[in-house]
Design a protein around this ligand. Structure first.
Ligand code: ZN
Length: 113
């Protein structure tokens, strides 16, 4: 596997996400804001799912952006491709699919169960 290929994918994805967000809005701030108010908004939006879906999408984008920044940082540190939780190398196929992933598939499955 070639790390520079992953870096390219990460930078491209980051560019897409930044272009998609309305300019000037800081993704991380938006995420925190959404987290605190999501309950209320979801209640108000019953019958209008669109609002809720849009909020969810924004939240996901912000999370991915953060993960991309972390992945780029790990590349600089030389620890890219190492699972954050167990320290084992992440399978190249998984990195191909999600270059910004932090954990291996085993730990991911543990998390979601
Ligand atoms: Zn792991």
């Amino acid at each position: 596997m070639d790390e520079s290929t992953f870096k390219e994918s990460l930078l491209r994805k980051r560019g897409e996400l930044l272009a998609a967000g309305s300019g000037g809005v800081k993704p991380l701030t938006a995420t925190m804001d959404t987290n605190t108010r999501q309950g209320d908004l979801a209640d108000q939006a019953s019958g209008n799912n669109e609002v809720h879906i849009q909020l969810k999408l924004k939240q996901t984008d912000a999370k991915i952006l953060q993960a991309i920044e972390e992945a780029l940082y790990r590349m600089e540190q030389g620890t890219y491709g190492i699972c954050r939780d167990c320290g084992e190398p992440i399978a190249p196929a998984r990195l191909n699919a999600i270059p910004w992933t932090r954990v291996c598939i085993t730990c991911k499955e543990k998390q979601s169960s």
